[in-house]
Write a new protein. Structure first.
Lengths: 222, 222, 222, 222
């Protein structure tokens, strides 16, 4: 250790990669788990619990949509770090910005759940919610593009793989813009849309999966 | 992977195994710790604290039952990943679904604790609580069965070990169904039952333990 | 790494050691951070904020005492796992029980902080608080004793080291019993005492430190 | 493992380094994510949501300032552990003290956000907030200086690198003192200042970055 040999490989893929992952996993895990605190019954729920539980369905919907979005973002983040060779200080900062938005998500979720039965407020809340999702999605793409541009990805990653992940991370942006507009008229539809976008991200891409599988075989047979 | 070559370095047992474990550990740890926020004294507790603390026993019971259930699920999850050679994208998604239910558990726990002194509501809350537990338990089994079917388990795992873990994860399902029915009549009994199921999962299986111990000796003596 | 040797030891020191540590670290970290949620100003604080902040000192005291106790327990847990060769299923269960108590600690902390200006309730709260601390402390000792008895510690640990850690973990128990009794008459004094016990645990033992340092030198110079 | 060979290097850079990092990452991640719980709409928000959301801007400001400060502290902590060869028991304790302050930060953040529209209280809250930030900043510097003085840093770290990180961690202290004074007259300006200090810390230092990059190249080409 003190004799000057290079730091052992698995622990030093770059500057702070392990702690970047540990810290990010922490924030993702906490934000996704805090969402449940937003689910609360109205004060007069006691008198008709079953009805109240039933009435809560938009809250459940927002819970599942936010959970899926954070889950999808985590999966995307996971895919990015899987390709990373190292990180640089600016990457750490963009990552912090992404985490800022992810950690903020429980607030618009709560807002939407709170004002679900008020037509005007519901629209504002759904818009606010959509903008936050759009931001998170954009930052994830920025993070990946930055990593590619600064050549932080593993040198054995071929261009096709990079393009596939870029394509995978991109389309949501347009979807979110459409849904934010839709939310001004039909908030519930917009939230169902947000859930659909998240599920689209979550459902495994056959192309990318095949790539990653092949890649693992390759690296394993070396 | 199934051809017998050794898994590449400590960092690449598959696609994102480390982050899967880190993220899951995070969600389990947070959900289990958030449960305490559900324990609150009624507003008029100040005038008779000792009595109020005593009255809280169903809340403590629900706390211990939920804590034990999340603990048992974590132990089961731990056992599954212990046998895992690698994960595939679909495995990550089923795992997300399991975490969704685990992270949701503080809500029905709170519900049960809140309505413990109202006969009707208590029954509904206990049923809701039981259904959530059943879901978590089912998803854990699905996760394991999927891993076995897709041959994600380590190639040196023999069939008997697989069967033992499957058996270990299965019986709770029937138990939960019975208890959900019981909860419609005797909610407290049901929650005691849920605690019993969790404890049953937590108490180490002698068979499985022996297996795992043997297995570790084998791998250590290689 | 890619030359075909079997998975390296550090990843398989036993059954689930890494996840045991990750999960425990998660629960400790969350419980210690949730404590801050218990600090809240009374509703009428706005009219005399400075006074209210000053009045909060028992709350700060309880915050620091609980933080220190969880910190001390984490340090003790850390010392135990440092000596661990492997864990067995029963160890995992005792550990879960310890985490149950650690995760519960924010509740008695809140109770004490809430009833600080009511002589009778303060006493009950302080007692409840002390019993929880005693439980946590006892379970930590049980965990260590179990590890020693079942020979889960590294074979190169000599008896003196084991005895030193045992001695280190033991004396608090008596202290807690005395303080629980004291808390019935002088709650604030008791909480100051709990803080003192935690600080005693936190201040590094010269003997143990020297041992561990020697041990590290030994292992590094091999 | 049982044959007496020394524990493998990457897992034993010292006493508990991995768990120190894991536990610290946990506390940082939780504190940074709990901040969102402080953002709440006033009770009468429903009648004019858009206005209320707009009025919340000091809350958002405090959220971003606290998030950035915790983020900056995490980055500093990260840089310190990057240079660490090992830790000693006293280092673990100073680290606990730092985490105590970091975990406490959500409280003054909430205080500032709550009293933003009351001239007098706002000043007190901003001062309290500033003192907490100053404490966190100071403790981070103390942690680093302690590590340097006790020679816990990797032996291949040259003096210039040490000085650069020291310089990097120092200037904020003066800035905080000035801002705490300013906060007595212009609380909002002070909080904008706190945000600026955090952003200054977050924006990568070109000098330090170059160093670290060179260092990584060196270690990788060995």
């Amino acid at each position: 250790m003190t004799t000057g040999e290079p730091p052992p490989g698995p622990m030093r893929r770059g500057f702070g990669t392990e702690r970047l992952e540990a810290f990010s996993d922490g924030v993702f895990a906490i934000a996704i788990t805090l969402l449940v605190l937003d689910i609360a019954l109205p004060a007069n729920a006691a008198s008709h619990l079953l009805h109240s539980l039933g009435q809560l369905w938009p809250t459940y919907l927002a819970y599942v949509a936010s959970f899926s979005t954070i889950g999808a973002t985590w999966l995307g983040h996971n895919a990015i770090t899987e390709y990373l060779e190292r990180v640089d200080p600016a990457f750490l900062r963009i990552n912090l910005l992404l985490l800022l938005v992810v950690a903020f998500l429980p607030f618009p979720t709560k807002l939407f759940a709170d004002y679900i039965d008020n037509t005007t407020l519901e629209r504002i809340a759904a818009t606010f919610y959509g903008v936050t999702l759009l931001l998170a999605s954009t930052l994830l793409l920025v993070l990946w593009r930055y990593a590619v541009r600064k050549q932080l990805v593993r040198p054995d990653t071929d261009d096709e793989e990079i393009q596939l992940l870029t394509q995978r991370l991109t389309p949501g942006l347009g979807g979110y813009l459409v849904l934010i507009a839709a939310g001004l008229f039909q908030p519930i539809i917009a939230v169902i849309g947000y859930l659909a976008v998240a599920v689209y991200y979550i459902v495994p891409s056959r192309h990318l999966t095949t790539r990653i599988r092949r890649r693992l075989h390759r690296s394993r047979s070396t």
